[in-house]
Design a protein around this ligand. Sequence first.
Ligand code: DGP
Length: 148
Amino acid sequence: MTIFDHLIAGALPASFVHQDERCVAFMDISPITPGHVLVVPRQSVATLDALDAEARAHLWEVARKVGVAQRQALGSVAQHLLVNDGPGASQSVPHVHIHVIPRYGGDTLRTVTRLIAHVSMLATRRRPREKGREQLQALAQRIATAMA
Ligand code: DGP
């Protein structure tokens, strides 16, 4: 079981923006930029090639819709879609996920620094304090409303 299996099962708290029969999307606990979302298949496999083609296509389509919703709800101007596709690519959770990382303009240095820290495994990953959870939940609510 991965940590994402526990979140999907509701055994640990997560701030969801989307749920369907094949995948879920929730706020990243350690956002690179505000509104950073992870799109995760219910099928618990580590790499994209372990998913069947239909599930993989669905995952990318949901990631695209998350990007649209972030732009509508948060005023972002674009987004990174990032997959660390296996442990050798700095994947820290061995369960496929597409990062949808909104960009707001004028945020290049900070974002690229944080992206490099992330793929170098230098970023600290810790559970947010309750205040952090409230903020994640508020952002999730806005994105979920735009997705509906
Ligand atoms: P990666 O390096 O691509 O495997 O990124 C994993 C991401 O998962 C990372 O950005 C932090 C996030 N993450 C890790 N644990 C949790 C968690 O318990 N809850 C949430 N929401 N995100 C998590």
